[in-house]
Design a protein around this ligand. Structure first.
Ligand code: PGA
Length: 224
């Protein structure tokens, strides 16, 4: 089995990397700055790569200067969106609204969960009305961009907690609760994270920009 791999290119000038990504022989989601989405869609045709957006407006359309709606994303062929990333200054309420409208629009959604405690996780999970389209990305405070990934114990504890809470929340047998880990994933810690936790894959930021490091990470992901 190949672990799910999501690359978050944040606000980096990444047009120069698209060809290198296209040459990678692994199914991979690439979350790009909005202006590169169309270009990347063309370059990634016939590959195993899928493009996604790093954020979306909470509004469906209208006079919201500088924002991009789900409808616009759909119009250019995007069906994957990330919400709730720590670097986006949204309230939990706004994040939940984005999750819900993306679910209604049939998007695949990467919902970033984080914080410092299980109370924070509870807060972020409380408003969910279904698991439609959802993959969670567990990214605890202090782990993003720090070279300090969370410990294996704390990843396992939190991921188990998320899955248990979801099962309890929907009081049903939700079979599949995909959870990724994100936060300083690199070629040194990836094997440990995938081999010793129950995560379904990784969300990679900084290491996406360093091709030799990324190649090593992807080779590890192919084994899990
Ligand atoms: P990082 O970013 O890998 O650079 O810590 C992860 C993320 O932003 O999701």
């Amino acid at each position: 089995m190949i672990s799910r791999v999501v690359l978050n290119l944040k606000m980096h000038k990444t047009s120069g990397l698209l060809d290198a990504y296209a040459a990678m022989n692994i199914p991979c989601d690439v979350l790009l700055p909005f202006p590169y989405l169309g270009q990347a869609a063309e370059r990634f045709q016939g590959t195993q790569l899928r493009i996604g957006a790093q954020n979306v407006s909470e509004f469906s359309h209208g006079a919201y200067t500088g924002q991009v709606s789900l409808e616009i994303l759909q119009d250019i062929g995007v069906s994957l969106v990330m919400v709730g990333h720590q670097e986006v200054p949204d309230s939990t309420k706004v994040v939940m609204k984005k999750v819900q409208i993306a679910q209604q629009a049939g998007f695949d959604i990467i919902y970033c969960l984080g914080g410092k405690s299980v109370a924070d996780l509870d807060h972020q999970l409380a408003g969910l009305s279904s698991m439609d389209g959802l993959t969670f990305a567990y990214e605890p405070d202090g782990s993003i961009g720090t070279q300090q990934s969370a410990s294996i114990e704390s990843i396992n504890e939190s991921v188990d907690y998320i899955r248990a809470r979801i099962r309890q929340h929907f009081s049903s047998n939700v079979q599949d609760i995909p959870v990724l880990y994100g936060g300083s994933v690199n070629n040194k810690n990836c094997q440990d994270i995938l081999g010793n936790t129950s995560v379904d894959g990784v969300l990679i930021g900084g290491a996406s920009l360093n091709l030799p490091v990324l190649e090593e990470v992807l080779n590890i992901c192919k084994r899990f």
